[in-house]
Design a protein around this ligand. Structure first.
Ligand code: ZN
Ligand code: ZN
Length: 209
């Protein structure tokens, strides 16, 4: 057995099994990342559904602006910034370009936004298993893909919900924080974390204590 190699998944606190030796992430984390990617893709995916929410009145769930004197905002800027060039598609394509330098992805040839999103996700999913053992920044990748998913779900549901994210302090304490949490002191060891520090911590398993 391999005793000296790094034996912890970089995206959750779980130890790697012997047959996961040489990987950066455990198989459940790989499946979770793959699920997040899959959820974003395709005509019925989160990205496509978010695009339908750019115009707030159209789906009948936005606040009524009739009767107000100020001109209604014609688009939801929060949704537009996610769905336009520079938003989700660019986050995905930046990772594709990064992975391509490791021989882990094929850079796409452009096209419409939905096509580019789907292309990027296809190549990332295709190469995820190899990346699990070859790409040192998979924790950052996992976190960004997870955030894209949450941002889409928040946009589709009308407002960004402050989801609680379980992150693991090295002392073993799980801190539940939201993207709006300015900072937090660990109740276990007393270390004070700033906002950015919190999101440098590995994400804890969903069912962790
Ligand atoms: Zn893991
Ligand atoms: Zn702690």
């Amino acid at each position: 057995m391999n005793d000296e190699a790094a034996t912890f998944c970089v995206t959750c606190p779980r130890s790697l099994y012997a047959d996961e030796a040489g990987r950066y992430i455990c198989r459940p984390c790989e499946q979770r990342i793959d699920g997040d990617l899959l959820a974003l893709a395709g005509p019925g995916g989160l990205y496509a559904r978010l695009c339908l929410r750019i115009h707030p009145g159209r789906s009948g769930d936005g606040p009524s602006v009739a009767g107000t004197r100020t001109a209604p905002v014609p688009v939801r800027l929060d949704v537009l910034s996610l769905t336009a060039n520079g938003g989700i598609v660019s986050t995905l394509e930046t990772w594709v370009e990064d992975w391509a330098t490791y021989g882990l992805a094929q850079v796409g040839a452009g096209g419409g936004l939905q096509y580019r999103v789907d292309q990027a996700i296809t190549t990332l999913r295709l190469n995820l298993t190899r990346a699990a053992a070859a790409h040192p920044a998979l924790d950052e990748f996992a976190r960004e893909i997870w955030q894209l998913r949450r941002q889409c779900e928040g946009g589709i549901n009308g407002e960004p919900r402050p989801r609680r994210i379980p992150v693991a302090c090295p002392c073993g304490t799980v801190l539940r924080v939201t993207l709006d949490t300015p900072g937090r002191q660990c109740g276990g060891c007393g270390v004070q974390y700033g906002h950015d520090d919190l999101f440098e911590l590995p994400i804890a398993e969903r069912n962790a204590a």
